[in-house]
Each structure stands twice: as structure tokens, then as C-alpha cells.
Design a protein around this ligand. Structure first.
Ligand SMILES: NC(=O)c1ccc[n+]([C@@H]2O[C@H](COP(=O)([O-])OP(=O)(O)OC[C@H]3O[C@@H](n4cnc5c(N)ncnc54)[C@H](OP(=O)(O)O)[C@@H]3O)[C@@H](O)[C@H]2O)c1
Length: 270
């Protein structure tokens, strides 16, 4: 599919999978709006995109704040006048938990950190932080871009979910709030796609489950501990597949590792 001169907003694009998706879509010809809290890191990502000859804008955004998300979408419209793709990527199992979303030195430290997030230990403030970023951030951004995409008569919303949110998936103790939020995000994806289909809307809504990907949190882990982990840029195939209206359908959640929908994976026992 031709994505030349399409405008993509990517939340959480200051690092990790979001940064990789910004580069992938710029290579496809898109102009990119990079949104996250760390503006200094966003500026570096934007410089990399501009070096590829594409346009880019860094917008300091806290996705857990509806007003901040609305302002970010306003800034994107002021700069580019259209939004073709929204990727709700900001998040993580420790996103928004002060001092916790940092590199760990080994798997033991990871399990110690996660222990603080088990059902017995997690407090209401941390439940709210996990939900506000991993779930409500996507709700706020989708609500802000949908009228724009409706007016344009086209658009893609892609939510970055996690297999932690898939039914019957094994999770590490301490991922209970994250798994519940990603489960909600996945169901939101299906429900919004269904509502839009009932309205015969051309707007597509999908989710991607990236699998285990080595990001900042894992940078101090040994190669043995990272066996089976993918690189952020490995999301390319499934991202382009989901954006291809001839290959994928709206309303599905696609696994990066299998390139199959969660329904196909579950049917096949994956
Ligand atoms: N890595 C994996 O194995 C894996 C597996 C399944 C799903 N995922 C999902 O993939 C997505 C990206 O995560 P990642 O693994 O690439 O982690 P990461 O490297 O830690 O990146 C997380 C991104 O989210 C941004 N962010 C966090 N809180 C935010 C907020 N309140 N407002 C705006 N941006 C915020 C961060 O930027 P700032 O700190 O600058 O705001 C950063 O750009 C997440 O949704 C995560 O749940 C990851």
C-alpha cells in the first residue's frame, strides 16, 4: 500500500517500539507526529525522521491527561491539516509508576520490581496510573481523532496491546493491572471497530500484540536472559500488514510473532 504523505501520530514514540514505528512509517513516506512526555528524546527522533526527508513534529504529551491529548491532536492538525493514522502505543507494565519504569540489572530484579505490583501490594493510585496510560490514553486519543478521520473519509487507529491482555495467557505476577488494562484495550479495539462497521464507517481500528521485545527496561539483561526477545523494529511486518486494507480486516488483534489474529492463535493453541 502507498503511505506517501500520510500523517501518522504515534504516542510513546520517544523510545522503544514507538520510536521504531516512527522510523518505519517515515521510511514508508509518512509524516510523523511524535508524542510522549520526554520532549528532548522526541526531538532526537524527529531529527532522525527529518534526515530521511520526511516532515515530523515533536509534541510533549501526557496521554493520561485528556486535555494534553486534545492539545497534541490540535498541534498535529495545525501543522499538517490531516491525520491518517493514530497509533496508541504509550504504555507498559510500569508506565506512570514513579521510579519503576527503568532498566533492571537481571531477571531477579525484574521479579522484585513486579512483586510491588501484585494484587496484594498494588495501591489504587498505581491501578489508576496503569489504566490511565495503557487504556484511557487510547480512548482519549481515539475520541480526539475520530471526527477528523470521519471528515476525511478514511483513517486507521492502531492500539498496541500485549499478550498479557489475551484470554488464558500466562502473566508474570505483578502484571495484574497491566494485563487487565491491555485486556480492556483489546476489547475496546473490537468494540469500537464494530460500532464503526455498524455505521458503515471507513475508519479501521485494530490492535497489535508485539510479543516480547527488548526495550529500555531490558538493556542491562544478558543475551541468555533475552533469548527469544525481538527487536523493536521487528514490528514492521505486522504494522504494514495491519495498515494494508487488502490484507487485514478491521476489528482484529494481530500477534507480531505469528502475523495471525488472536482468534486464529487461540484456535491453533498458540
Ligand atoms: N516491550 C515489550 O515486550 C512489549 C510487549 C507487549 C506490549 N508492549 C507495549 O508496547 C508499547 C510500547 O512500549 P515499549 O516496550 O516500547 O516501552 P518503552 O521503551 O518503555 O516505551 C514506552 C513509551 O511510552 C511513553 N509513555 C509512558 N508514559 C506516558 C505518558 N503518560 N504519556 C505519554 N507517553 C508515555 C514513553 O515516553 P516518555 O517516558 O517520554 O513519556 C515511551 O516513549 C506499550 O504499550 C507496551 O505495553 C511492549
Amino acid at each position: 500500500m502507498n503511505h506517501k504523505d500520510k500523517v501518522a501520530i504515534i504516542t510513546g514514540s520517544s523510545k522503544g517500539i514507538g520510536k521504531a514505528m516512527a522510523s518505519i512509517l517515515a521510511d514508508e513516506g509518512c509524516h510523523i507526529v511524535c508524542a510522549a512526555r520526554s520532549v528532548d528524546k522526541l526531538e532526537q527522533v524527529v531529527a532522525g525522521i527529518r534526515a530521511k526527508g520526511r516532515k515530523a513534529l515533536a509534541v510533549g504529551t501526557d496521554v493520561s491527561d485528556r486535555q494534553s491529548v486534545q492539545s497534541m491532536v490540535g498541534a498535529a492538525m495545525a501543522e499538517f491539516g490531516r491525520i491518517d493514522i493514530l497509533i496508541n502505543n504509550a504504555g507498559g507494565p510500569l508506565a506512570g509508576i514513579p521510579g519503576m519504569a527503568r532498566p533492571v540489572n537481571d531477571s531477579n530484579e525484574f521479579f522484585d520490581v513486579m512483586e510491588k505490583m501484585t494484587f496484594a501490594n498494588i495501591d489504587d493510585k498505581d491501578w489508576d496510573a496503569i489504566f490511565n496510560i495503557n487504556f484511557y490514553g487510547a480512548v482519549y486519543a481515539s475520541k480526539a481523532v475520530l471526527p477528523i478521520m470521519m471528515k476525511q473519509g478514511a483513517g486507521h487507529i492502531i492500539n498496541i496491546s500485549s499478550k498479557a491482555g489475551k484470554i488464558k495467557a500466562d502473566i508474570v505476577p505483578g502484571m495484574i493491572a497491566y494485563a487487565t488494562a491491555k485486556g480492556a484495550l483489546s476489547r475496546f479495539t473490537e468494540a469500537l471497530a464494530y460500532e464503526l462497521m455498524c455505521e458503515v464507517s471507513p475508519i479501521r481500528v485494530n490492535a497489535i500484540s508485539p510479543g516480547n521485545v527488548a526495550v529500555t527496561m531490558h538493556e542491562n539483561l544478558s543475551p541468555e536472559e533475552l533469548e527469544g526477545y525481538r527487536k523493536p523494529e521487528d514490528i514492521k511486518d505486522v504494522l504494514l500488514f495491519v495498515l494494508d486494507t487488502e490484507k487485514s480486516v478491521s476489528g482484529d488483534i494481530y500477534g507480531s510473532e505469528t502475523m495471525k489474529s488472536w482468534y486464529e492463535e487461540i484456535r491453533e493453541g498458540i
